[in-house]
Design a protein around this ligand. Sequence first.
Ligand SMILES: CCCCCCCCC/C=C/C(=O)SCCNC(=O)CCNC(=O)[C@H](O)C(C)(C)COP(=O)(O)OP(=O)(O)OC[C@H]1O[C@@H](n2cnc3c(N)ncnc32)[C@H](O)[C@@H]1OP(=O)(O)O
Length: 260
Amino acid sequence: MSHRVLVEAGPAAGVAVLKFRNPPVNALSLEMLMELVISLEKLENDKAVRGIVITAENPGIFLAGLDLTEMCGRNPAHYAKYWEAVQELWLRLYQSSKVLVAAINGACPAGGCLASLTCDYRVMADNPKYTIGLNETQLGIIAPFWFKDTLVNTVGHRAAEQALQLGTLFPPAKALQVGIVDQVVPEEQLQSAALSVMAQWLAIPDHARQLTKTMMRKPTVDQLVKQREADIQSFVGLISQDSIQRALQTYLQKLRQKKG
Ligand SMILES: CCCCCCCCC/C=C/C(=O)SCCNC(=O)CCNC(=O)[C@H](O)C(C)(C)COP(=O)(O)OP(=O)(O)OC[C@H]1O[C@@H](n2cnc3c(N)ncnc32)[C@H](O)[C@@H]1OP(=O)(O)O
């Protein structure tokens, strides 16, 4: 049974809705990653499902990204296991044969942004409190090459370079301008807008759309597939460094103090 991921039949035939529900912030813990991978595998094998809307159960936070506590103060074996799960989720999402539409109803930093970038289309709620982007540099860490490639494939090289170096978190209107999201709609219309876009994509014959998607994405996927183990080792090496651990601890501390 999945606790952190809710899968519901959508209101339209052939559409499922996958909802994140991992309080307080929908961080991608190891358990959450594993549950997502299992849910996606089930959906992938379900012939009745042609499209998946991905959203958060509770508006406010779409996905807070990777769980920082999985990357702090753990041992190398844990880091390796965690990173393999992050890779696995990206591979499942990016290679999904289904139409994926992200209905972004909250904050969407780093790993959250990455997850939405694997979708075929992103609709974001027009709430200035919500931001989206790969903000890794702001944490003193570096987005791995396949995070970078996913962004480049979406917004182009120049916009990706600037966004990545600055670790920019874009509010909705700016995100639309840069092309990180495809559409911004009033918050109360988010789900209906996502479903209406889904209907447009589902009007295309599956096999033609799927082969086209594979053609577009395969070179990026192959880059990771051919060096998965090296990518894990590189992550473990970097994340274990004292300076990186200190940077992450400081960032977590800042998040916690923000409240007091
Ligand atoms: C060179 C080397 C390269 C090595 C290569 C490294 C590559 C790694 C790539 C990394 C990818 C990532 O996704 S890194 C993660 C990036 N994520 C972020 O920067 C998001 C940080 N979070 C936020 O901005 C905010 O929390 C936000 C999501 C907007 C929600 O704000 P709110 O005010 O509603 O809630 P908060 O009070 O801030 O948070 C509630 C609690 O959740 C915790 N929390 C928040 N985000 C968390 C997170 N991602 N992981 C764990 N815990 C988190 C807070 O600490 C609080 O804990 P308590 O105080 O204890 O209750």
